[in-house]
Design a protein around this ligand. Structure first.
Ligand SMILES: [Zn+2]
Ligand SMILES: [Zn+2]
Length: 120
């Protein structure tokens, strides 16, 4: 393959944005890939930072995955406890909402577990 801008020169790589062949004069080495000099440098940098960001979010998620079920479970206990101790029974709006929260928390917890078990 030859350079897109200089058909007589051999390409050393391909621009990540437009997939064209680039010779050393046309290629900008961004450290993580090549880009057309002064044409696609910004696009390729942006592309890289998006990929990098999603990778970082992904690696953090497993550690925080139990935050949501924990939160809903806690809310559920507060509501159910309030209904039980203030009204003396589980048959009231507060307790029913609490049970709903707890069921939801268990559902998220199991759902998360399945997803991350499949990934790891
Ligand atoms: Zn390009
Ligand atoms: Zn060139």
């Amino acid at each position: 393959m030859n350079c897109f801008n200089h058909p007589e020169k051999h390409a050393v790589g391909i621009c990540k944005a437009c997939q064209r062949g680039l010779c050393p004069d046309c290629a900008a080495d961004l450290g993580h890939g090549l880009a057309c000099k002064e044409r696609h440098e910004q696009e390729v940098s942006a592309l890289h930072s998006i990929v990098d960001q999603s990778r970082r979010i992904h690696s953090v998620t497993p550690r925080t995955r139990n935050a949501a079920p924990f939160f809903y479970g806690f809310m559920g206990l507060v509501f159910a406890g309030y209904g039980l101790f203030e009204r003396g029974s589980m048959i009231n709006l507060s307790s029913v909402m609490g049970m709903g929260f707890i069921a939801f928390a268990i559902y998220i917890y199991i759902y998360n577990k399945k997803i991350y078990a499949a990934q790891v």
